[in-house]
Design a protein around this ligand. Structure first.
Ligand code: GLY
Length: 736
């Protein structure tokens, strides 16, 4: 799911969470059927609440209520809201305690409450919100009332945390309830009204729809919410300085600004995933969640500095432990935000605050990593230092700098023109991403710089591997204009290898005696550079080349079982296929393991950029082929049709590429949960059985990859790209 939980979060929450869980263990369920307001136009199972800021008209007690913005009417009916907040606290606390202890007594207690609210016909709530925030004499309910169910988000997150410990039949029924509620939220006029609200209400609609869509596996709706965040919420609600003018002009500008920021940060937490990093998303004019947190942070750290109006009510109750600082601190590795968050009130008591705080239990908003990230990261750092020492120990040779493998017992370094030269710089960037340590950033910059000369090398298709894994990985983290320029120029160079008659980029210029216009499945990986160049420049010619190449490859490279040929040779005169064959596979009709991995990864990536469902379907079919051919330990032999069975060498690089690709695919596909669990299993297998002990392997992380078995080259050795995709899978396992 989401990024790794910072240790600080766990430390700060342990005590309050366990105390609240103790309280939650003693609570009996209370649902909407336990109380009823005579002013409700709904039935016993309908949630009812009243508009906060509406008051009797002093002119006559029977007239419709009148508005006093920011001032809550204490006579309102609030029992249903209180019951829902209580449910949210109960499940949030129990989920958090389960996360900390693994004790299933917390799960059993949560199930009682959940059953009463969503399953038992005597006590359940209807999955709609027709009677929320009614106003006496004016409305029996309003779209604005939908904000009341943000409380249910912690219920679904708590249940997700409990995972397989919950009764699966009950879980399916609860999911069915939320699926029905989502239909109502997205189709009823009140739902549409709330979706279109220009302020925090519009934000909270997206936030809760995203949470429920994720819970029910509705990937289309998750994508809709991502688009809404990128194209509507952020551009329309945020000012250039990171503030929210719609909230600043309210009578409670401080509380509402915090509330809206928390809701936006929660959207980023929920919806960020591999290829969908909302944390780092910014509009063309520079608005981003980081800017929003940056704007409010000083006033959270020190409220006396707040230069705007003070809130008419509840001014003293804010700030509390705002989740924007916890989630943002984790996502950006910002220790100052986390420190301030740790010092704030973690168990706020003010009614208004409780109602308006969208997330009270941050622990359950982080996914459980399949491997011990801290340990694996520390080992990877130690190994990379060994590798750097191994590099220093090699005799100096001009232009040769990037570690590729071990050959004849020696570390093999390559020059930038080698197809694998970009992986090591990319790994250094990923270590920086994992640790936020400047030393890794400095090294990443140092090893990325010599790659620049490749931007004009039009002699091969490997531009994406070389430039995107180095400069592209760096650019994602730094957004540096100079990196961007290198990427754009590289895309221009790569485009020169495209032949419109054939509809493909030419892969190789070597071995002209064997083929005329060879296109290899690996070439699909280089399209990411082109898609990104179109995003950077708005020049759609790169995009068109990428989709044409992907479409031609989809037509000619795949067999009916969705395994792929390695090489397809084209006729440059007719544009037709001349021959389908292999180069690194067991034979022409075999399924070379890494080739299948490239296809899976690349069609998933093509879907990310195009949202063309044919690419998604292609990736799902390739995944089905791979999943049905993996050996028990989930790491393939070098070719799925290799004749020697268990005596064949493995290819850990193929496993790492597949794991990384499956993590991304899991965010797009209705089969996402299944893909994620296979990716987890692959990551665990690689971590537990394919890693070299720290200090060995000349500093490479993984053992047992195979480069080109037929030519007896790089068989059962470490390979830099295995390590690169392993680290990427590790990051993606946390949705980074
Ligand atoms: N792209 C070359 C390989 O996968 O071996």
């Amino acid at each position: 799911m989401e990024p790794i939980i910072p240790i600080l979060l766990v430390a700060a929450l342990k005590k309050p969470v366990m105390a609240e869980a103790g309280w939650a263990m003693k609570q009996a369920p209370v649902t909407v059927t336990a109380s009823y307001s005579p002013r409700s136009a709904g039935g016993k199972h309908d949630f009812f609440s009243e508009g906060d800021y509406w008051w009797p008209n002093p002119v006559s007690a029977d007239s419709p209520y009148i508005q006093r913005d920011g001032e809550t009417n204490p006579e309102n009916f609030t029992a249903h809201r209180e019951a829902m907040i209580r449910l949210s606290r109960v499940v949030g606390a129990l989920g958090s305690a389960y996360r900390l202890t693994g004790d299933t007594k917390y799960v059993r207690q949560a199930m009682k409450h959940v059953r009463a609210w969503f399953v038992d016909t005597a006590t359940m709530m209807n999955p709609s919100l027709v009677y929320a925030q009614a106003i006496k004499g004016r409305a029996t309910g309003r779209g604005i009332g939908i904000i009341d169910t943000i409380q249910l988000m912690e219920v679904v997150e708590g249940l997700e945390t409990m995972g397989s410990a919950i009764d699966q039949d009950l879980l399916a029924r609860v999911k069915a309830w939320f699926s029905r509620y989502l239909v109502w939220l997205t189709t009823h006029p009140y739902g549409r009204d709330e979706m279109n609200a220009a302020n925090n209400h519009g934000t909270c609609w997206v936030m809760q729809v995203a949470a429920f869509a994720k819970f029910t596996g509705n990937v289309q709706l998750m994508e809709f919410c991502r688009q809404r965040y990128e194209n509507v919420l952020l551009p329309n609600q945020m000012a250039a300085d990171g503030s929210f003018p719609q909230e600043l002009r309210r009578t409670k500008p401080y509380g509402y600004s915090l509330f809206n920021l928390d809701a936006m940060a929660t959207i980023c937490q929920l919806l960020s995933g591999p290829g969908n990093d909302l944390w780092h998303y910014q509009t063309a004019d520079g608005k981003s969640i980081g800017k929003g947190i940056g704007f409010l942070y000083p006033y959270i750290a020190d409220k006396t500095k707040w230069p705007y109006k003070h809130d008419v009510m509840h001014w003293d109750e804010w700030p509390v432990a705002q989740p924007a600082l916890a989630f943002g601190g984790a996502a950006f590795g910002n220790a100052r935000w986390l420190d301030v968050w740790a010092r704030l009130d973690h168990q706020p008591s003010g009614n208004e605050v409780i109602r308006n705080l969208p997330v009270r239990h941050p622990l359950i908003w982080f996914g459980k990593p399949p491997v011990d990230i801290a340990k694996v990261t520390a080992d990877a750092e130690a190994q990379t230092k060994v590798l750097l020492d191994s590099i220093s120990a090699r005799p100096k040779e001009k232009g040769v700098f990037s570690p590729r493998t071990i050959e004849n017992g020696q570390l093999k370094l390559v020059a930038s023109k080698d197809w694998t030269s970009g992986f090591f710089p990319g790994e250094l960037w990923m270590l920086y991403r994992l640790t936020a340590k400047k030393e890794w950033e400095d090294l990443a910059r140092r090893y990325t710089a010599p790659m620049e000369v490749e931007k004009t090398n039009g002699g091969t298709h490997d531009m994406g591997f070389k430039i995107f894994c180095s400069y592209g990985t760096g650019w994602r983290l730094t957004r540096e204009a100079t990196y961007r320029d290198v990427i754009i120029e590289s895309a221009r160079t790569l485009s020169t290898r495209f032949n419109p008659k054939i509809g493909c980029i030419r892969s190789w210029d070597h071995h002209k005696e064997l083929w005329t216009y060879p296109v290899i499945i690996d070439n699909m990986m280089n399209l990411e550079l082109l898609f990104e160049a179109t995003r950077m420049t708005g020049d759609s010619s790169f995009y068109r080349i990428a989709v044409t190449h992907a479409n031609t490859t989809m037509k000619n490279h795949f067999r009916t079982d969705y395994s792929s040929y390695h090489v397809v040779d084209y006729d440059t005169v007719t544009g037709q296929v001349r021959r389908k064959m292999t180069w690194q596979g067991a034979n022409d009709s075999s399924a070379w393991a890494r080739g299948q991995a490239w296809g899976l990864y690349a069609y998933t990536m093509c879907y990310r950029y195009t949202k063309d469902r044919r690419y998604l379907s292609q990736a799902e079919h390739i995944a089905a082929f791979i999943l049905s051919h993996l050996p028990a330990d989930k790491v393939p032999y070098w070719d799925y049709n290799a004749p020697g069975g268990a005596s064949e060498p493995k290819d850990a690089s193929a496993a790492a590429i597949v794991a990384s690709g499956l993590y991304e695919l899991s965010g797009y596909s209705v089969r996402g949960a299944g893909y994620r669990s296979v990716a987890d299993a692959m990551l665990v297998s690689l971590t537990d059985h394919y890693r070299a002990p720290v200090g060995g392997n000349k500093g490479f992380i993984l053992l047992h990859s195979t480069g080109g078995k037929p030519s007896n080259s790089e068989v059962d050795v470490p390979l830099n790209y295995a390590d690169y995709y392993y680290l990427e899978a590790l990051l993606r396992s946390q949705n980074k």
